[in-house]
Design a protein around this ligand. Sequence first.
Ligand code: 13P
Ligand code: SF4
Length: 323
Amino acid sequence: MLTQEALASGIDEKWAEEVRRLALEQDAVILAHNYQVPAIQDVAHHVGDSLELSRIAADVEQSTIVFCGVHFMAETAKILAPDKRVLIPDQDAGCSLAASITADQLRAWKAEHPGAVVVMYVNTTAEVKAETDYCCTSANAVQIVGAIPEDKEILFGPDMFLGAYVERQTGRKMQIWMGECHVHAGIEPDDIQDTLAKYPDAEMLIHPECGCSSQCMYLLSTGDLPADRTFVLGTGGMVRRMQESDADTFIVATETGMLHRLHQENPEAELIAANEAAVCGYMKMITPPKLLRCLQTGQDEVTIPKDIMDKARIPIERMISIL
Ligand code: 13P
Ligand code: SF4
């Protein structure tokens, strides 16, 4: 069933039927991240967070994966399913966070800290993953860091807000790379407090990449934010919280595509974006016409040199084995 937004944008049911028909014809599975536009979420076979989609990519039976998300996510799918054809509807769909550290920068950082364990968020290129010991996502960063022996120095990157959040949660001091996602960095403590003042009974769902997350942890510890109604969660955790919560109103502090995903879980709930300008232009480069073109022409195929792919698989598999 297509949403009003999809119909209004000129995407009709014929488009959805053609996308599904071509996917079947080409033995393709369509995966969509929680931030994708509504029409693409609705037509996808699976919608999820970065970890859920990586796991699905590793297990699917189809010979082609069409990844509707940003480039590093499609690369992760290719790394976990190297024998499959992995397509992304626009290979220029990047990520400001992944772009904040290069493999050369990471090598130089490691040289300054010999013996340190490198933990990198999955929002990194395959080349950076090839230099990494453990990958993590926003859903499991605390557990991954908790699994590293206490006497080891940790280099954590590239997101400084997620790093500060993990330090607070684990009580463990780390070396943190000063990278950020421009979308989440723009969601500030004032956005949360102003929205909470308007909706005092709302539950708050806050992504740990937000510029407000470390301050929110502080406000939680001082009692200035309600501990029973404030949740710092990755996008998959927000979906699960929505399924189990009795609240009527939710303040959602992450990319606004998430509101469509959460609305599917609980159409009755009132969903308020903490900052309506939190839109990831890279995620929105994946449009319905480009998805159709991708299935028709096989553009764009994700390719990674084999030696990089084999090295990059190790930290991803270590992450998956811990959970
Ligand atoms: P999740 O890992 O929570 O899906 O987030 C991915 C992402 O790109 C955050 O901006
Ligand atoms: Fe990257 Fe931020 Fe967009 Fe997520 S929201 S894909 S971290 S730029």
